[in-house]
Design a protein around this ligand. Sequence first.
Ligand code: PRX
Length: 636
Amino acid sequence: MSNYHIKNLEEYYQVYRKSVRFPEVFWEEIAEEHFQWYKRWDKVLEWDFTKPEVKWFQGAKLNITENCLDRHLRIRGDKTAILFEPNNPDEPSQHITYKQLHARVNKMANVLKSEGIQKGDRVCIYLPMIPELAFAILACARIGAIHSVVFAGFSSTALATRINDCDCKLVITSDGSYRGSKTIDLKGIVDEALEKCPNVSSVLVVNRIDSKIEMKEGRDKWLQPLLDEAFDECTPEVMDAEDPLFILYTSGSTGKPKGMVHTTAGYMVYTAYTFKNIFQYREQDIYWCTADIGWITGHSYIVYGPLANGATSVMFEGVPSYPDFGRFWEIVDKHKVTQFYTAPTAIRALAKEGVEHIEKFDLSSLKVLGTVGEPINEEAWHWYDDNIGKKKSPIVDTWWQTETGGVMISPIPFATPTKPTYATLPFPGIQPALMDENGSEIHGNQVDGRLCIKFPWPSMARTIWGNHERYRDTYFSAFQNKYFTGDGALRDEVGYYRITGRVDDVIIVSGHNLGTAPIEDAINEHPAVAESAIVGYPHDIKGNALYGYVTLKETGEYRNQDNLRKEINQLITEMIGPIAKLDKIQFTAGLPKTRSGKIMRRILRKIASGETTNLGDTSTLLNPEVVQEIMDNVLK
Ligand code: PRX
């Protein structure tokens, strides 16, 4: 039996049991059968969660681009690898075949080399969703450089922090980007960021919007002329299994973003294996994930997972609302998309616009629908099932994280019966545990607790760049010998998991992880602000929205200061990006605190969510009087 393609529930349980009883045999078989290695591993797994240290396929030598590109050339060289759909529907789609992708990646790899980039160097990629973004990622992997993609919605300050944190030498960007009817001056943002990044010696610029931009002499170069000159063969660098492949930043509960480090072999094996099973991928399929490659979903399930399987992966530059709310469905119809993977926030936004945007299009090609990034509410789940899947396409509600590299809990279509709002069962190889607040595992079903994973899996992040101690403290110290996800979950009577949301200071807004600390740091930069606290509250489309409580240094007439609200949001936009702007800002005389000086966010969260009576235990409050004042002036 090949355990690569699971076809029914019985087989799932069989494979799952094997993956838990004999994890090394299980992963070794998958690694052996489905990938190309220059040298086989000496040891499948070595691990110690107390350090923490995890090594998969030690001693093996490979290059991930050989697995994503070269090996497909002979059998599917003329098959479309990347199907690029531009922002403007009148601009033609691009069908980039495996042969073409191979050549472009090789050329870009040679350009990077000629810019002095070597194995182990960090390269920052700050690009919109255009094919060059995929080429750049794979070009780095080809030569063993570590890519650090920064989502092109982040501000110059956020970009500079990320460039400096991992000391990138080179930045790949574009003159600008299209976003619906607007253009964004990406190069201007990069220029501003680089004023604070002394170690960046070169910037390669893609011409996407034909805008007039400043090119800094000696630092900036247009990419295309260099590609035109470059040779289209570049021998892949021989990489160790545990060599870093990329760094991707995620928010945390302190101000500094965490550069999650993913390594080569385990990441490749796990993303390819999950891709094939979760989407029940078949050779003729046209797979589309609407995420941005600036997030982990795009890394694993637009680029590496699909390409390792020789799939056709759609890459969409635009937004779901341009030129109108039918755009997604028009693309599904146009390219006969078979698997469609998106975020609950997009589903809710589209549901609000009504079904007339769907009815114009033929969605009968769809076989599997996916969601990711945040809990999906029941209403959105049914809307998706009824209107997009027409009740015949299973919905895979996939739970995972930047840190996990690949999907951890998800139905397998046509095998696992789905249940709205449940991510259902752990993937083969994944051993979840629910923990109580005292650190004990909660056994049995119909229970809820903090979600941990008690055994390593191949695509887990290995460290935080430059700060292994923070990696240990954040993920391996709350519960002994377990990886703590930061999420709460419940397990129902048949063992299905439902993720209930974050239990830390991270708030998921429109599927984006936002740490409260970096936002508070940005607000506190304002000269008029004394202190602030951010909480999330339920929002129909975004899932959560951000509510800020801000106290000012001058307490005079403070409540209705609309200018100040604008300035605060402007500051957040400059320091993080527009995704972190607050929906509501309430100026308060004080913030509720415990006697030890900690802000009681629990109370603030309840008030922001409209709760006024049952605030829970307030006996430890130092200043109960501020609570009443806050409740009296809460913003509806
Ligand atoms: O809280 C969980 C939520 O998103 C967090 C991870 O965010 P990020 O690292 O940005 O990665 C998102 C894409 C993989 C998780 O800790 N989350 C993700 N998927 C789900 C989810 N919550 C509920 N259901 C999901 N399917």
